[in-house]
Unconditional design. Structure first.
Lengths: 401, 511, 369
């Protein structure tokens, strides 16, 4: 009995010694002390980093009173400068009443200027910090500073970062854009045989003004069409929408898209919606010369037929398939050619194919690969299979007269 | 605190027999004279007015005295089966001045259970139990006539253990009725009841029930040892017994189970356990009690396996929910906000704008409020009941949120906790205890604190033994046959053996 | 001597698996072991075979002395003084592992989810929970293992399954092209040496229910660990790529951060942390329990309970007040440069020496019996 009493007293003392721990709670952040970051825009101002933050304002509860008629902005924009990314981040607390909370950030936008200088200066913090995540999308702002991208809401979402996130996710509907996360960028960067590409974001003026908008005020919307080509860590150039689609074809990231090709017999165009697309890349090395081979298999659905040909005929379908393949082949050859000549950077991953196929050779030519790539011969084969024609068989304007 | 510990220690140490009569009457024998007996009894009972002493005479003047407690005897039995036959039969029987042989007298009383007593102490004990004592002039043998009959509650469905399918009988406060209800379930010569009296002042009847040949002998021996070691003034409810015989007094988890339904007791005895009945309460104890039994209910075995398994899993999950959700809410919203989806986070942050208290204090207050409501709800007289529920819902829910005292998500969290805590009634006290501890740990150190707390709680549960059987079996130590009745309830035809941790002999149930 | 509590085979397997798995769960030192490239999964598979070879001496000895722990039979084989020294070496290794657990707890938590909490707070809580558990004895630790370790293994499988769609298995081509067999062997040997849990298995032999199943337990543990390791390594490489895994301090944790399914199941790495914390508690409990058992047998004391708090206090002081509390130091210690070599000596070389001496002295020992 005495032993148990002594034990209990000791354990009581030990438990009480935890009381100081209770007074601390060092890591505690109440919800109303956080500034939830939606998107981060990085610019350079002289030698200093200028960061623009989009902080999402917490939505008040339904029952609380709100002065009627006031249009409440769902976000707030903060800017701060500093000697490094992290420094600028912390400097924001000097003028903003909340600590910036990064895990929910949806996109990091870097300006063109910053990207041309080399992205790695900015990325170490994003990898190292425990709050930032590698699943955040990164984008390059084309044509204007990154901060300006945050201010545009052209869609249904009223929070700009949600709007941007949905735009990027729309890549699976229209493969003229890229959805690259920080994780993917790092993966591509570390692979010796492939250079990184990143999606871009641009600001365009809206064609239709919103009803009820103020007159004279220009409204903007964002577009993610295109891609940014990198060599190592530096931005070297851009691709337009069609070229990006070619890139997606080669990388096997083509989820859906519409190929418009001229009709074989009549005048007009037909559109094929791509259901699946698979690519096989191959490289043949002869000495210091390489031959790139790309083979694409597409299955598609005929969605639009504007010529007067009859699409009930299998031969006509075959001709449409050929026209489609030709169109895709042009796109792919176009993008490879452009990258070879202008940018000399293997963003397609042919180097990795060499590494896997000729491991011994790869060790020798690894350093010069991008030159070899830019001189290489290109051979593209595309095969399309149109499996369905939708709900009608003959096009609308085919009448028996 | 010290006194409580002392009492417990004393209860464990002392060896005492069951109830004792007061010292004076130990050696006194029944006298041949009625008057002496009557005077002696009157003094022993301290002239208590509910003891009736009725003297009557037979046909030819033979004197007899019956002593009984008014309200505890069935007067019809007395009138019809004792007094009447005696007066009628005394016509034929020859009475002598002094009787040596009491057989003739016995034949006059037409009752199913008559015992003879020569010591006054036995007589007094019998009277106190509700029997009638009959004395005859001229003989020093007293007859103890079984005439128990008093008001008791009818056998009805227990409030706290309602079922949808299954028998609705529940135990009552009389131990004889209870043991009979059990007998009706198990018509087997091997069902044994061992009776004893506990409590120095109350001399409560206690019965141990088990099935000879199935019961775990070690558990039975342990039960006998511990019950015999109880030495206290009063045993008013089986809860008293429970607290004296349980393995670990400081553990929040109960190692002794209780139930009010005969079919549950029957099922448990058939698995090798021991049941303890206590007069005066409908709650019957069953030992050993494992953790999983809190989650099981009798209804699980009467319905089909799918629904039974789903209900079991719901109960397990709701136990976890009720214990963990407030702590998790506080931990996630103050330490790990990145785990909350973005959209929800924005709404939650908005809901917490302007709330004066930090999340931990808010959660603590709300749960305290809920406990107050629950307790007052149990004690309410029925007309006022609905008023309290309206007050509770309105005040706590709406007005507090509107006044900005608590945030709406917190009300939802507490509501979910509340609903979940009623699904497993056996564990309510455990859940409250654990909930508060985990809440503080979560508020201090987030998920790490909760993990530490859960680790210690699981350790404590794993180290418990209920009368020698590990508390967390059949999960650990792993017993595959027992696992068929754990989370999912396998079909009855597949549960061939009894749970191996408890039943050591006669293991097969079927086949 | 106190009544010997028994562990079932399943419990000891789970305890050993958890001990080994916990290091991988957090640190994955194999990503930095040369050659740190896409062929490491081959090293993993090979390491299973090397583990079996490395552990043969100590297993053999434990089968000869089924009622003694290595501390006890080293005393018997080498004589009192030398035996006690060897026993002390074993015990200090076990305590060192416990110290390492303490350190890695504060480092992991501090780097990932709770950076501002000071080390002494996390360590104090861990010690409180673990000391309570160790007091309860080995059978309770076995039961805790039975409850928590399946949960840990389930989280591993859960995470792997959730990120299948992000996996890119082309990372593993070309196989065996960038590394030669000697480097793969070195990595395999290095990984195999980390199986110092064999020491735990041998110290637990007196507590086993079925001592004859010792070999079977060992084989099952090795197979389970090798398979789980391989699965973890393959997944981490497939999702993160080789270089990112090499650069990451906590590859598996970084891997779980990437899980993003249906836009709803995301940011669940705290589950990783919880599972790891529970596993580390179990590991610390086992190692310190057996360290105290060893101390009790060296000092000929009946119960090991007197040593629990002193050892933990000493480890706490060492953890807080020396230079060891830096994550860089911990990572370097854990990497191939230091730990496997130390473990190799303790788990293979010393038992080998013991075995040789045992064979020489066998006759005198059996006569003395």
């Amino acid at each position: 009995m005495n032993k148990t009493a002594v034990k209990r007293v000791i354990s009581l003392i030990l438990i009480i010694s935890f009381a100081p721990a209770a007074s601390g709670c060092w890591n505690r952040h109440e919800l109303n002390t956080l500034g939830i970051l939606g998107a981060l825009a990085v610019d350079m101002e002289g030698e200093k980093y200028k960061l623009t933050f989009e902080i999402i304002k917490p939505k008040p509860a339904a029952g609380s009173k709100k002065g009627g008629g006031e249009k409440d902005e769902p976000v707030k924009f903060i800017q701060s400068t500093g000697d490094s990314l992290l420094d600028a981040l912390r400097n924001a607390t000097l003028s903003f009443d909340r600590k910036i909370f990064m895990p929910h950030a949806k996109a990091y936008i870097f300006s063109e200027e910053v990207a041309r200088k080399g992205l790695l200066n900015y990325i170490d913090f994003l990898q190292r910090d425990h709050e930032t995540r590698r699943t955040t999308y990164i984008l390059i702002a084309k044509g204007s500073s990154a901060a300006e991208m945050l201010n545009a809401t052209g869609g249904i979402e009223d929070i700009p970062s949600n709007y941007i996130e949905r735009l990027i996710e729309g890549q699976k509907f229209n493969s003229k854009s890229l959805s690259i996360r920080l994780l993917d960028f790092l993966k591509y960067y570390y692979e010796r045989g492939k250079q990184p590409v990143i999606g871009i974001i641009q600001k365009k003026e809206k064609a239709i003004k919103e009803a009820g908008g103020e007159k004279g005020k220009t409204e903007y919307e964002l577009s993610v069409e295109g891609a940014a080509v990198f060599f190592e860590e530096k931005l070297v150039g851009f691709l337009n929408g069609m070229e990006t689609r070619g890139l997606n074809f080669i990388m096997g990231k083509m989820y859906s898209g519409i190929i418009v090709s001229p009709s074989p017999d009549g005048e007009g165009i037909n559109s094929v919606e791509i259901l699946t697309s698979g690519s096989k890349n191959d490289v043949e090395i002869k000495g210091k010369e390489a031959k790139l081979k790309v083979k694409i298999n597409i299955t598609g659905m005929l969605e639009e037929e504007l010529a007067k040909i009859g699409t009930k005929d299998p031969e006509v379908i075959e001709k449409i398939e050929k026209a489609n393949s030709q169109e895709v082949k042009n796109e792919i050859e176009g993008v490879i050619g452009k990258v070879q000549q202008e940018y000399k950077s293997d963003i397609f991953g042919f180097g990795e194919v060499v590494h896997r196929k000729y491991p011994g050779e790869w060790k020798k030519i690894q350093k010069d690969w991008n030159d070899i790539f830019s001189r290489a011969e290109v051979n593209v084969e595309v095969e399309t299979k149109i499996t369905r024609t939708g709900l009608t068989n003959d096009p609308v304007n085919k009448r028996e007269d | 605190m010290k006194e409580i510990i002392k009492k417990i220690v004393r209860a464990q140490k002392c060896n005492a027999s069951g109830g004792q009569s007061s010292k004076n009457t130990d050696d006194v024998k029944v006298s041949k004279k009625l008057a002496d007996n009557k005077t002696f009894l009157k003094n022993s009972f301290k002239n208590s007015t509910d003891i009736i002493y009725y003297e009557f005479e037979g046909y030819s003047g033979e004197k007899a005295l019956i002593v009984y407690i008014d309200g505890m005897v069935d007067k019809k039995t007395l009138n019809r089966d004792v007094i009447d036959p005696f007066i009628a039969g005394s016509k034929e029987v020859e009475f002598e001045e002094e009787f040596e042989d009491s057989e003739k007298l016995k034949s006059l009383i037409h009752v199913a259970n008559i015992q003879e007593a020569r010591m006054v102490s036995e007589v007094i004990d019998a009277i106190l139990c509700g029997d009638t004592a009959m004395f005859f002039e001229g003989t020093n043998t007293a007859f103890i006539i079984d005439s128990k009959g008093w008001e008791k509650r009818a056998v009805a469905e227990p409030d706290t253990e309602a079922v949808v399918r299954g028998p609705r009988e529940g135990y009552v406060e009389s131990i004889r009725v209870n043991t009979a209800l059990l007998r009706r379930k198990i018509k087997n010569v091997n069902l044994v009841f061992e009776s004893l009296k506990l409590g120095r002042q109350t001399k409560t009847d206690v019965a141990i029930a088990y099935i000879d040949g199935i019961v775990n002998r070690e558990v039975l021996g342990e039960v006998r040892k511990r019950i015999n070691a109880i030495d206290t003034d009063s045993i008013l409810e089986s809860g008293y017994i429970e607290q004296y015989i349980e393995d670990n007094h400081f553990s929040p988890l109960a190692t002794v189970g209780n139930t009010q339904k005969p079919d549950i007791v029957a099922a448990k005895i058939l698995e090798g356990r021991v049941a303890i009945f206590c007069d005066g309460t409908p709650h019957v104890l069953t030992v050993p009690n494992l953790f999983i039994e809190n989650i099981q209910s009798a209804e699980d075995y009467y319905v089909r396996p799918y629904i039974a398994s789903i209900l079991r899993i719901i109960r397990l999950v709701s136990f976890l929910i009720s214990v963990l959700v407030p702590a998790l809410y506080v931990a996630l919203s103050t330490y790990h906000q990145e785990m909350i989806p973005s959209v929800l986070l924005v709404t939650m942050a908005g809901a917490r704008e302007g709330i004066p208290l930090p999340a931990l204090a808010e959660a603590f207050l709300m749960i305290l409020m809920f406990e107050l409501l629950r307790e007052s709800g149990t004690r309410l007289p029925r007309p006022v009941g609905s008023a309290i529920s309206i007050v509770g819902a309105l005040v706590v829910g709406e007005a507090a949120v509107n006044a900005g005292l608590v945030s709406a998500p917190m009300v939802i969290v507490v509501a979910v906790t509340a609903v979940a805590s009623f699904i497993v009634p056996a564990l309510t006290e455990v859940m409250t205890f654990y909930r508060f501890i985990l809440l503080f740990l979560g508020g201090m150190l987030g998920l790490y604190g909760i993990t530490c707390g859960v680790f210690v709680m699981v350790t404590q549960a794993a180290s418990l033994h209920s009368f020698g059987v590990p508390y967390t079996s059949p999960m650990s130590p792993l017993n595959l046959e027992g696992m068929k009745d754990y989370g999912l309830r396998f079909p009855l035809w597949s549960m061939i053996k009894r749970p191996g941790s408890i039943a050591k002999e006669n293991k097969k149930r079927r086949g | 001597m106190e009544e010997v509590k028994k562990l079932s085979s399943l419990q000891i397997i789970l305890l050993i698996v958890s001990g080994r798995l916990i290091t991988v769960y957090a640190f994955m030192p194999i990503t930095n072991t040369p050659p740190a490239n896409q062929d490491m999964w081959i090293s993993e598979l090979l390491s299973g075979i090397y583990t079996i070879i490395i552990c043969i001496p100590i297993l053999f000895l434990s089968r000869r002395f089924p009622d003694m722990t290595p501390v006890e039979y080293s005393e018997k084989i080498l004589g009192k003084l030398l035996g006690k020294i060897v026993g002390l070496i074993f015990i200090s290794f076990l305590s060192f592992v416990g110290l390492f657990d303490l350190l890695s707890m504060s480092e992991f938590l501090g780097s990932t989810i709770m950076p501002e909490t000071p080390a002494y707070a996390t360590m104090l809580f861990m010690l409180a929970a673990c000391i309570y558990t160790i007091y309860k004895g080995i059978d309770v630790i076995g039961r805790i293992g039975e409850i928590f370790v399946p949960f840990i293994i389930f989280t591993i499988i859960f995470f792997i399954l959730l990120s299948v769609k992000d996996m890119d298995f082309k990372v593993f081509l070309p196989i065996l092209a960038d590394s030669d067999l000697s480097m793969i062997n070195y990595a395999a040997l290095s990984t195999a040496s980390r199986f110092y849990d064999i020491l735990i298995l041998c110290m637990a032999v007196p507590n086993l229910k079925n001592k004859g199943e010792l070999n079977k337990i060992f084989f099952i543990s090795v197979i389970v660990i090798t398979l789980l390791f391989c699965a973890i390594t393959v997944s981490v490489y497939a999702v993160l790529g080789v270089k990112q895994a090499e650069h990451a301090n906590y590859p598996f944790f970084t891997f779980t951060r990437q899980i993003n399914l249906f836009d709803f199941i995301q940011r669940i790495e705290s589950i990783n942390v919880i599972a790891w914390v529970a596993g580390t508690f179990v590991k610390y409990c086992i190692y310190i329990y057996f360290a105290t058992i060893g101390l009790a047998s060296i000092l000929k004391v009946k119960s090991n309970k007197y040593f629990i708090i002193p050892i933990s206090a000493v480890l706490l002081v060492i953890a807080l007040f020396t230079k060891l509390s830096k994550s860089v130091v911990i990572n370097n210690m854990l990497s191939y440069k230091f730990f496997p070599k130390l473990a190799f000596v303790i788990e293979s070389v010393i038992p080998l020496i013991l075995l040789v001496i045992y064979f020489f002295r066998r006759k005198s020992l059996t006569c003395a019996k």
